[in-house]
Design a protein around this ligand. Structure first.
Ligand SMILES: [Zn+2]
Length: 139
């Protein structure tokens, strides 16, 4: 409600200055972007979230349900789980070193994480590193 009038001001503020006060940033990030137009200026209207830019309304539980539904799949589309053993399907360069993880390397006890590289693991002879699930196959 009171945030409705602040939208245009906030937009100008973002363009001119990247050092937003922490409090402002936190308020913005607690609400998900609009699933329709990806606007960051969503606001709560009762139990619903509303987008001021395309007028889309959706429920918060729906939005958080989507996050919980994330699944990790290997190169063959099999679902991966924490603690799985996987095999690397191609040679992968290790960022920041000259080491290469050879295709066919077995990786035990993976941990699934959010992010671009979505598997945390430890590889014998190399140490802790992160892999992309698209480059492994469930062993
Ligand atoms: Zn929208």
């Amino acid at each position: 409600m009171h945030r409705g009038g602040l939208n245009s001001a906030a937009m100008h503020f973002t363009q001119q200055c990247i050092h937003q006060p922490v409090a402002t940033r936190n308020t913005m990030s607690t609400l998900p972007n609009c699933p329709k137009c990806n606007s960051a200026y969503t606001y709560e209207a009762g139990t619903l979230l509303t987008c001021p830019e395309c007028a889309h309304e959706w429920s918060r539980s729906e939005a958080s349900g989507q996050e919980d539904a994330r699944v990790w799949k290997d190169a063959n589309g099999n679902i991966l789980q924490d603690g799985d053993t996987v095999t690397v399907i191609k040679d992968l360069k290790v960022r920041g070193s000259s080491s290469v993880v050879k295709g066919g390397t077995k990786v035990k006890n993976i941990r699934l994480v959010d992010g671009d590289h979505d598997i945390d693991c430890k590889i014998d002879g190399i140490g802790a590193m992160q892999l992309k699930s698209e480059f492994v196959r469930k062993a």
